[in-house]
Design a protein around this ligand. Structure first.
Ligand code: NAD
Length: 269
């Protein structure tokens, strides 16, 4: 495979499982040195497994524990990575979670927890990445851009989701944060975009695919009639991180098998 991200350093948050692990493997296969972020001591072992797979495939990287909702931990993570590798070129703001409840029963704790990780966590990491990109500027031996940020949003930045208002609000918030900072820093040659996955087979949505009945119900929502895999998102992330997408800035790239095509209308003509 052509190494389109050679000499570049990528931080992928929440990379010990699911989409983040898939993105870390894809970026590493394209030549990036990957920082496999995970939140707590208990996620170190799965993060190490992802790193082992990266190394076995000929790639390189480290694991790094940091809770992205904690400002001091995020600041320290970026400082440590810059100290170790000289700079950061790519941030994949992927860490995210759900705490679902009917809206009238949703606790403030459930609301704040989801917003804290999914939205505030992406703000904190993006801010530190932009500071580093502004400090370094463009280095053409690395990339045409001074740096790239990829936010992991969701089809739920546009599809309302009953019973998941905190999650959908976090993803809707990511959309306008992403577009605002893409507008703000484009003249500094910083490219900022989002990937909006549809249904990807990961631990976050296990109940949606772990029985044949659940999978059948899920597939009624997906015109392309298959569930997505982390590699589908990894491929999109490589493109958005590479100079192949150098003129792409401020977009929400839907990678969803057509989930946003109003599948209920397919046979409704
Ligand atoms: P996942 O549960 O496998 O991954 C989420 C990761 O985030 C985990 O590794 C977890 O340890 C990490 N994390 C949680 N809190 C963290 C914190 N405070 N600091 C650092 N890391 C933390 O699920 P996934 O499906 O891989 O989700 C990844 C991202 O993709 C999320 O932002 C999710 O909203 C988004 N997404 C997933 C789907 C899907 O169908 N799977 C669809 C749309 C969007």
């Amino acid at each position: 495979m052509e190494k389109k991200l050679q000499n570049q350093v990528a931080i992928i948050t929440g990379a010990s499982s699911g989409i983040g692990a898939g993105v870390a493997k894809s970026l590493a296969a394209s030549g990036a040195t990957v920082v496999i972020n995970h939140p707590v001591a208990a996620t170190k072992a799965p993060a190490d497994e992802v790193l082992n797979e990266v190394i076995a495939a000929g790639g390189q990287g480290i694991t790094y524990q940091c809770d992205v909702s904690k400002e001091s931990e995020v600041v320290t993570m970026f400082a440590d990575v810059v100290k170790q590798f000289g700079t950061v070129d790519i941030l994949v703001n992927n860490a995210g979670l759900q705490r679902d409840a009917p809206f009238d029963q949703m606790t403030l704790e459930q609301w704040n927890f989801v917003i804290g990780v999914n939205l505030t966590g992406q703000f904190l990491c993006a801010r530190e990445a932009i500071k580093e990109y502004l400090r370094r500027g463009v280095d053409l031996t690395r990339s045409k851009a001074a740096g790239k940020i990829i936010h992991m949003s969701s089809v739920h930045e546009v599809i309302p989701w009953a019973g998941h208002a905190n999650y959908a609000a976090s993803k809707g918030g990511i959309m306008l944060m992403m577009k605002s900072i893409a507008q703000e820093y484009a003249h500094k040659k910083i490219r900022i975009n989002s990937i909006c996955p549809g249904a990807i087979q990961t631990p976050i949505n296990r109940q949606a695919w772990d029985t044949p009945e659940a999978m059948d119900a899920l597939l009624t929502l997906i015109p392309y009639k298959r569930i997505g895999q982390p590699e589908d998102i990894g491929n999109a992330a490589v493109w958005l991180a590479s100079d192949d997408s150098d003129y792409v800035n401020g977009i929400s790239l839907f990678v969803d098998g057509g989930m946003t095509l109003y599948p209920g209308f397919t046979t409704n003509g």
